[in-house]
Design a protein around this ligand. Structure first.
Ligand SMILES: [Zn+2]
Length: 160
């Protein structure tokens, strides 16, 4: 195996990976660049590896970068808990208000029903008075109030 053949050999995955990572020694780097200058296949492998590596780094950055955001995350979680408590409290307040409103509505309904039945009781009492009819002695005080006007009485003939 001559030096020429070694130079023409395709870059191994390890060399491509190390080349992309920049962890190859100067001699290997020089050989790799010399090979890449004449080998589109290995250039493509390097490009793909670089894309994968940069994408992975970007993704990893987007996932692991926010350690400084943890206080915010924790705060938001705590805030959420507080919010939940507030919502529950307000909900409980609504429930209490609803209960009060229900009691008030019930009271109003009760009052209205009482008023309604009282209003019905009054005519019922009136009807009861009227429907009972003139009982014995009921209209004693109204004796002078005839139902039909008396016809004018003809002047009595002078008695003999
Ligand atoms: Zn190659």
């Amino acid at each position: 195996m001559s030096a020429r053949e070694e130079l023409d050999a395709h870059l191994t995955d390890a060399v491509v990976s190390d080349y992309v990572d920049g962890t190859v020694d100067a001699a290997t780097r020089a050989d790799a660049e010399r090979h890449l200058a004449s080998c589109a296949s290995c250039r493509s492998a390097v490009d793909k590896t670089r894309t994968v590596v940069t994408t992975a780094q970007r993704e990893r950055a987007s996932v692991t970068a926010p350690p400084e955001l943890w206080p915010m995350v924790a705060a938001s979680t705590i805030h959420l808990a507080a919010m939940r408590r507030q919502v529950l409290a307000s909900l409980r307040g609504v429930l209490i208000a609803g209960a009060i409103a229900l009691v008030a509505a019930t009271a109003v309904v009760t009052w209205k029903v009482a008023r309604w039945s009282a209003a019905r009781d009054v005519p019922a009492a009136i009807v009861g008075v009227n429907s009972s009819g003139p009982g014995p002695g009921r209209h004693a005080g109204h004796a002078g109030h005839p139902t039909a006007p008396e016809p004018p009485r003809a002047p009595a003939a002078p008695r003999p």
